[in-house]
Design a protein around this ligand. Structure first.
Ligand SMILES: O=P(O)(O)OC[C@@H](O)[C@@H](O)c1c[nH]c2ccccc12
Length: 266
């Protein structure tokens, strides 16, 4: 059961570019020895007393839907997130749409002690091996854009490389495909990457339909308030993935601390 992707949407355009880039550059050899891995899956499920939910906090310089964000020192933003209680940091490494790089990933990982997720549009198992060699603790896979065979192969490669795979989907159908491919960590993205539209009811609707079928669920994108965190938790999410609403604040770490506390807003 493979799901064809409409050829004209934003997500397909990004994946077409990524395939061209990979074909043009060939294998990337790791310049740095791999530091010991940090347990991303455990970080997402660990109970932290007093916090409404575990938060994967994201750093990125810009996004197609949000434009430029005001922070250029991603390392200090990441440190602020960790100090505020983030369980992991997500680093966008796509350059064209998000202004990121693998160098950002390495710098952030060296600056924090929590696990780090490489957020990109990965198209081939080779890129997972490279991510592992560089020291990523986790990688993102986008079920909506990968055929069944490729998805299963990439999930298996991640397991072999001891890198956690967060497999995201925007719909129940694609989440079912993620589970079929062997995903243990499933993200439900509130943003439709084909249209860039966000509806935070998406994760609240889809996660309860899948309860018990993955180890861990993450609600992703568009979360802005403490109440959004509480609602994600009630729907069965172990963690949330949050970027833009924090990155708009002058001090993203302080913004995260406020979101984690009842009765305070950013
Ligand atoms: O910045 P937001 O709306 O809080 O969302 C964070 C994260 O979920 C979003 O950046 C994201 C989720 N899946 C992706 C896939 C590619 C690029 C980006 C994403």
């Amino acid at each position: 059961m493979s799901a064809p992707v409409p050829p004209t949407d934003k997500l397909e355009a990004i994946f077409a570019r990524k395939r061209r880039e990979l074909a043009a550059r060939g294998p990337r050899v790791a310049e740095h020895p791999r530091p010991p891995g940090r347990d991303f899956a455990a970080a997402l499920t660990r109970h932290r007393p007093g916090l409404p939910i575990n938060v994967i906090a994201e750093v990125k310089r810009r996004s197609p839907s949000g434009g430029d964000f005001p922070h250029t020192d991603l390392v200090s933003v990441a440190r602020g997130y960790e100090a505020a209680g983030a369980c992991a940091i997500s680093v966008l490494t796509d350059d064209v749409d998000f202004g990121g790089s693998l160098e950002d990933l390495l710098q952030v990982r060296a600056a924090v002690s929590v696990p780090v997720l490489r957020k990109d549009f990965l198209v081939a198992p080779q890129e997972i091996e490279e991510s592992a060699a560089l020291g990523a603790d986790a990688i993102l896979l986008i079920a909506d854009a990968l055929e069944d065979g490729a998805l299963a192969e990439m999930v298996a490669t991640a397991r072999a490389c001891r890198v956690a795979a967060l497999v995201e989907a925007h719909t129940q159908e694609h989440a079912e495909r993620a589970l079929q491919a062997g995903a243990e960590l499933v993200g439900i993205n509130n943003r439709n990457l084909a249209t860039l539209r966000t509806d935070i009811a998406t994760a609240l609707r889809v996660i309860p339909l899948l309860r018990g079928r993955a180890k861990t669920f993450v609600a992703e994108s568009g979360l802005k308030t403490h109440e959004d965190f509480v609602a994600a938790r009630s729907a069965g999410a172990d963690a949330v993935l949050v970027g833009e609403s924090l990155l708009r604040a002058p001090h993203p770490g302080e913004a995260l601390a406020r979101l984690l506390t009842p009765g305070k807003t950013t």
